[in-house]
Design a protein around this ligand. Structure first.
Ligand code: GDP
Ligand code: MG
Length: 177
């Protein structure tokens, strides 16, 4: 066993949840590979992507999980949530029903994970402001009521994508260190 702090290893599992087609897979591909796919198919998806970030001179591995489409069948398994330190709860600002689903996703998260899991509410597709169906204030209010971080993002034009992941990773780091 080593007392050398620099050799410490951090591996944080983060899950992305939310209704189908809100942009979960594209948020991950934008963050991990700087890629966006206009016609991404729900069935195509990797289990997770690992992103290495440096915090306070320490190497932190964020293992970010994508549902690969199971959410369409309401069949996100407990294995998906197991061991998660952080979660991104995503809705689509142009589709109100996806915002109304957020509390259900939050309930599901809480049945599988510790309450200390770092949570960020994400209103994605903020580039679609012209057909907006959920105001920024409503998103912020829900986040405040539920104790979540909040950010509006666009996987299409990259707005706030890195920032959202980074805030969650930093929050986890400060929870565990
Ligand atoms: P998932 O089912 O939640 O994984 O959603 P996807 O990432 O597969 O995205 C569903 C659809 O929304 C695709 O056609 C994407 O191109 C589109 N999409 C994803 N993110 C954005 C975004 O930020 N803005 C816009 N305009 N479209 C997006
Ligand atoms: Mg997907």
């Amino acid at each position: 066993d080593s007392s050398d702090d620099d050799s410490e290893e951090y591996l944080f599992k983060i899950v992305i949840i939310g209704d189908s087609a809100v942009g979960k897979s594209n948020l991950l591909s934008r963050y991990a590979r700087d890629e966006f796919n206009l016609h991404s198919k729900a069935t195509i998806g990797v289990e997770f992507q690992t992103q290495v970030v440096e915090i306070n001179g320490k190497e932190v591995k964020a293992q970010i999980w994508d549902t690969a489409g199971q959410e369409r069948f309401r069949a996100v398994t407990s294995a998906y949530y197991r061991g998660a330190f952080g979660a991104l709860l995503v809705y689509d600002i142009s589709r109100r029903s996806t915002f109304e689903s957020v509390t259900r996703w939050l309930d599901e998260l809480h049945t599988h994970c510790d309450t200390t899991v770092a949570k960020m509410l994400i209103g994605n597709k903020c580039d679609l402001d012209n057909i907006r169906d959920v105001s920024t204030e409503e998103g912020a209010k829900l986040a405040e009521d539920e104790g979540l971080f909040f950010m509006e993002t666009s996987a299409l034009d990259s707005t706030n994508v890195n920032k959202a992941f980074e805030i969650v990773i930093r929050e986890i780091y400060s929870n565990v260190s």
